[in-house]
Ligand binder design. Sequence first.
Ligand SMILES: Cc1ncc(COP(=O)(O)O)c(C=O)c1O
Length: 383
Amino acid sequence: MNISKKAEYTAPSETLSISAKCKELKKQGLDVVNLSVGEPDVDTPQHIKEAAISAINKGFTKYTDASGILELKEAIANKLWEDNGLKYETQQIVVSSGAKHSIYNSLLALCNEQDEVLIPTPYWVSYSEMVKLAGGRPVVLPTNEDTLKLTPQDLERAISDKTKGIILNSPQNPAGIVYCEDELLALASVIKEKGLWVISDEVYERFVYDGRKHISIALFIPDQTIVINGTSKTYSMTGWRIGYTAGDVNVIKAVSRIQSQTTSNPCSISQYAALSAITGPQGCVEEMRLEFDKRRRFIVERLNSISKIACQMPEGAFYAFFSIKALSLNSEEFSNLLLEKANVAVVPGKAFGAEGFIRLSYATSLSNLEKAGDRIEAAIKIL
Ligand SMILES: Cc1ncc(COP(=O)(O)O)c(C=O)c1O
């Protein structure tokens, strides 16, 4: 049976397939250090689990409004106001099955056939595939060679009469970039002038370091911004699948319609868990952030102590993105070598549109990071 062109042109998620490979090797008894996954290593906090158990016991196990339960949308509106200074009514919010789903639904609501959507490099692996699935055309944008940040000049140069929007991600996966207020203002001014929409993916907002503060570009261009966030990373709830979208009421209505005809509501039990996460004690998030900060400093120093690789200090998220440009292997060859010969799983920069780099997640124990550092060093020595 033939599959559709759409399916044929959709690349598999590289990070998920490396993770699967890793699990397979572990099953064979190999001591693999898996630094490929993008999820916190701690368990979901107990009070969140209890909220889910209580939701089950109370019988909240049926369909909900397709766009999510009102209490959760109210909690999200409060959070966006208190944490981000963004004012939204509940009709401007829709809850989906993870931020990935929120982004995809937003693209379905915004893209017409062949609309160009700008994606600055390096980018999260799923953006370009989701744009294609939604019928748009992903246009990958070069960024500053040193900072890996998008400049207003590069943005302006890339805009054509087919450009409809841009996907911005700060704090960013894979390089841990965080755009500051001035940088966002400068980008917002170009986006405003050109009348583009922006999907602002803010799922790592709580993981910023060295006194930085996450700022949403929606503060400057609220009418043109679709804010995406979720509970996966912040509350270590990757398996619960709750994400949300906030923005222009017409776009949100369109997202809700699309959702109502495809997946219907996100899991009712997970919605109550997310409600508890967002309205409950936030100490668990700060604990995680402090722990990630320790690991960030450790792994970046360790990587920079190894000859021929170089790593800039990430400003946010929980990934280190190091350069292997001084080695004779490309990023895929090097990550295969690390997995097969050193039992360390990482993700090649190529998957993020940045050849010459490797991404590793430091959301794992310090002892795993120590082991990985030693193994990477040994693997490079014998090259
Ligand atoms: C930048 C970015 N956005 C969105 C997501 C998806 O998050 P969720 O688990 O809520 O779908 C990820 C997950 O890795 C991510 O790195």
